[in-house]
Design a binder for this molecule. Structure first.
Ligand code: ADP
Length: 164
């Protein structure tokens, strides 16, 4: 069975992530979305919240699973039987970072390949950070955030505003 892992922060999942998930799920037998903690990033949503949000979004794809990862991405991928890592590229600015990560992962585990998927033009501006920035100023995030998690997303934004 051809299993691929799609690792990322997904803080929160956006329509751009979801598009990559849908397209990748059509070319592999099983796609595992892996929520990874990047030690240099500060997150708005807990791992459990991110897990619940992604699960809501991928319900309709029978060959997509969502898990919380740990340790090195390549080690975690190997532990779930994935031989491929899917990553998305939006613009040239993503390329340098992604190339560095892919090369490091190749050195750590040459049996795991990184496959890059190019973002659709309508999602190429989209990132979790942009969605959060728009929301902080009460802007419209319909182009960014999948409808099924809209309430969860806004509840968190409002809660954070109250706490600050
Ligand atoms: P990370 O912290 O690992 O970069 P992200 O959640 O920011 O996690 O992104 C996970 C992956 O999804 C990355 O490969 C990123 O380039 C890709 N990605 C993010 N937004 C989009 C988008 N709008 N279109 C396509 N790929 C995207």
């Amino acid at each position: 069975m051809n299993i691929a892992a799609y690792p990322g922060s997904f803080d929160p999942i956006t329509k751009g992530h979801l598009d990559i998930i849908e397209r990748a799920s059509k070319i592999v037998d099983e796609l595992v979305v892996v929520i990874m903690e990047n030690p240099v990033k500060k997150y708005m949503f807990t791992e459990q919240e991110r897990l619940a949000m992604i699960q809501q979004c991928v319900k309709q794809y029978p060959n997509v699973k969502v898990v919380i990862g740990s340790g090195l991405t390549v080690d975690f991928a190997q532990s779930i039987g994935a031989k491929v890592l899917i990553r998305g590229i939006r613009a040239v600015s993503d390329y340098e970072y992604e190339l560095q990560q892919a090369s490091a992962n190749q050195t750590l585990n040459p049996s795991i390949e990184t496959l890059f998927m190019v973002s659709r033009p309508e999602y190429s501006f989209l990132s979790s950070s942009i969605a959060k920035q728009i929301a902080m100023y009460d802007g419209n995030v319909d182009a960014c955030i999948p409808e099924v998690i809209s309430d969860l997303f806004w509840n968190k934004v409002k809660q954070l505003r109250k706490d600050n």
